[in-house]
Design a protein around this ligand. Sequence first.
Ligand SMILES: Nc1ncnc2c1ncn2[C@@H]1O[C@H](COP(=O)(O)OP(=O)(O)O)[C@@H](O)[C@H]1O
Ligand SMILES: O=P(O)(O)OC[C@H]1O[C@](O)(COP(=O)(O)O)[C@@H](O)[C@@H]1O
Length: 314
Amino acid sequence: MKKTIITVTLNPALDKTVNVNKMVVGGLNRVADVRVDAGGKGINVAKVLQSFGEEVVTTGFVGGHTGAVLLHEMETLHIKNSFVTIHQETRTNLKIVDQSTKETTEVNEAGGEVQSSELKAFYELFDQLLQDAAVLVLAGSLSPGLSVDIYEQLLQMAHAQGVLSILDAEGESFLHGLKAHPTVIKPNIHELEGLLNRQLPTDSEIVNACQELIDTYKLDAVIVSMGKDGSIFVNKTETLRVTPFPIEPKSTVGAGDSMVAAIASSLVHERSFEEMARYACAAGTVTASKSGTDVATVQEVEQKLEQVGITRLS
Ligand SMILES: Nc1ncnc2c1ncn2[C@@H]1O[C@H](COP(=O)(O)OP(=O)(O)O)[C@@H](O)[C@H]1O
Ligand SMILES: O=P(O)(O)OC[C@H]1O[C@](O)(COP(=O)(O)O)[C@@H](O)[C@@H]1O
């Protein structure tokens, strides 16, 4: 049986996290400390999966000095990677953590442009990687130069090979990707409201929206994350309201990606929907309790599984 999980980051980043005592918008902010981590959604997913002991390969585009640093970071973390090198520079994303409120403000660059020859090389590489794959994770924004329907095309290629898929995207690329029927989607509440172009102030409105998406786009499951308020897991037969254990948040960057990693690992191991929810919530919540774009380890996640609150709504 195939077990490899491919994670795709078309627009990766080095994440630079700075801590300020109290953020002053429009004023001078002195940085108390700074750290730099490999980032970008699919790369964070791969970091968690590596700790989980899964067979993972991560791919996408990297370029310039930042791209070289990113590749070095992945080598240091022993993450199997196969990226197409582009002429333009990989971006640096700034994360500002306000110590007085524990809130994180993110400033994400657009990223280096991908040329058509580089895109062609990526499609060839992706086609090869699919041969061994069980699950595909497509996550994050698109670099300039990429077509908004790229997730739809990559999903179609994956499904032709019988590969399960998880899509974590927003805006136009998310909408296009949905047309190719990903197995699972994991929007946060803002991405879900943006997709549907309406506010979803109550759990029951969120659940109805998830069911609507499952029916319209023939999805297996929709998982909506809501920061400190936890998450809602909906598939064709079950609805779970999931509540995290208390933490002191340090940086919430990578929390959603950690959930996606746990969902991918749960698909490979054919865990029940409830077990998937426990793993995903524990992974996201542990990551939110760590600094910078540092992510949960398997030991930390498994210690917390029983502390995840699950209420079965159906
Ligand atoms: N401040 C927080 N306190 C507790 N858990 C959190 C916090 N922020 C995130 N989490 C956990 O991480 C999960 C994903 O976070 P969320 O911010 O919704 O994802 P995303 O990074 O995709 O926006 C949440 O469902 C929750 O379990
Ligand atoms: O591709 P986007 O949407 O700009 O997001 C990239 C950013 O998202 C992250 O992957 C974190 O994502 P989550 O907080 O949603 O898990 C960062 O590492 C990265 O800087």
